[in-house]
Ligand binder design. Structure first.
Ligand SMILES: NC(=O)c1ccc[n+]([C@@H]2O[C@H](COP(=O)([O-])OP(=O)(O)OC[C@H]3O[C@@H](n4cnc5c(N)ncnc54)[C@H](O)[C@@H]3O)[C@@H](O)[C@H]2O)c1
Length: 253
């Protein structure tokens, strides 16, 4: 197996399950040491055990990424432990439930929570890890969504803002040789998406894809690992869709 991350450190947020866990395992299989961050302690412990089964090291950090003070403390701890951080994958996000409401159906308090977790925390985490990312000339990936093309939903707006944030971060962090890109998954089969999205929605979205395929976490892992490897050394400031061509037709309510 091609091992692109031997001796490297990857921080994956939202890695208690779903795409984050799949990404953590992907980096582990290619030789990385992992720092796993999530609000869900039990899920983190499970991911850590799975990473260990791949023969890789992992440390876990329970943190609410909606809390700036907690992010600052986490960043200080991670930078002290890892003077070089090669990859930060900002995958944590609120994708299901209330965040999928229409933009005119959510009060300010909820709006601020969704924006903080989905759009601002990737910036805040990246800022606190900047010294170690700069030391490694590392890579940041922000987990956006195909839903960034759906500005009538709160979720869509938070991901559209994350795309814009990606361009700004690439501009600013590029001074330290840090690359910053975003990935926009289509509907990918995770436990959370399987539970939250009605079959009718999944079929409708799949019907809009140019390729009639079922998205799986490995589709995102393959792209994420490529973008964070030296194979992509000349790629920054990009938002890359991984949605079987859904983007062309859009997703209308
Ligand atoms: N699965 C899909 O179809 C799909 C499609 C497009 C984008 N995405 C994005 O991919 C990411 C992962 O999605 P998933 O399907 O694996 O969902 P998921 O709910 O399994 O994963 C999200 C993770 O983020 C964590 N998290 C949420 N709020 C947090 C907070 N305040 N602090 C720390 N951790 C927090 C959760 O505990 C969870 O482990 C999300 O950003 C989502 O928006 C997923």
């Amino acid at each position: 197996m091609h091992k692109r991350f031997v001796g490297k450190v990857a921080v994956v947020t939202g890695s208690a399950g779903g795409l984050g866990r799949a990404l953590a395992l992907g980096y582990a299989k290619e030789g990385a040491s992992l720092a796993l961050v999530d609000i869900n302690a039990a899920g983190l412990a499970e991911t850590k055990a799975l990473v260990a089964a791949e023969g890789a090291e992992a440390s876990t950090y329970v943190a609410d990424l909606g809390d700036e003070k907690r992010i600052e403390a986490l960043g200080a701890e991670l930078c002290a432990k890892h003077p070089k951080i090669d990859v930060l994958y900002n995958n944590a996000g609120m994708a299901y439930g209330g965040v999928t409401r229409m933009i005119d159906a959510v009060g300010l308090e909820d709006w601020l929570r969704y924006l903080t977790v989905n759009s601002l925390s990737p910036l805040l985490v990246s800022k606190t890890l900047r010294p170690s990312l700069a030391a490694a000339k590392g890579v940041i990936i922000n987990q956006s969504s195909m839903a960034s093309n759906m500005p009538s939903t709160v979720y869509g707006v938070t991901k559209a803002m994350l795309n814009s944030m990606t361009f700004g971060m690439a501009n600013i962090f590029g001074a330290d040789g840090i690359r910053v890109n975003a990935i926009e998954p289509g509907i990918m089969e995770t436990e959370a998406s399987a539970n939250a999205l009605p079959e009718e929605t999944k079929q409708r979205v799949q019907g809009m894809q140019l390729l009639k395929l079922h998205g799986v976490p490995d589709d995102i892992v393959n792209l994420g690992l490529f973008l964070s490897s030296s194979d992509a050394r000349f790629i920054t400031c990009e938002v890359v869709s991984c949605d079987a061509g859904n983007r062309l037709r859009g997703w209308r309510h």
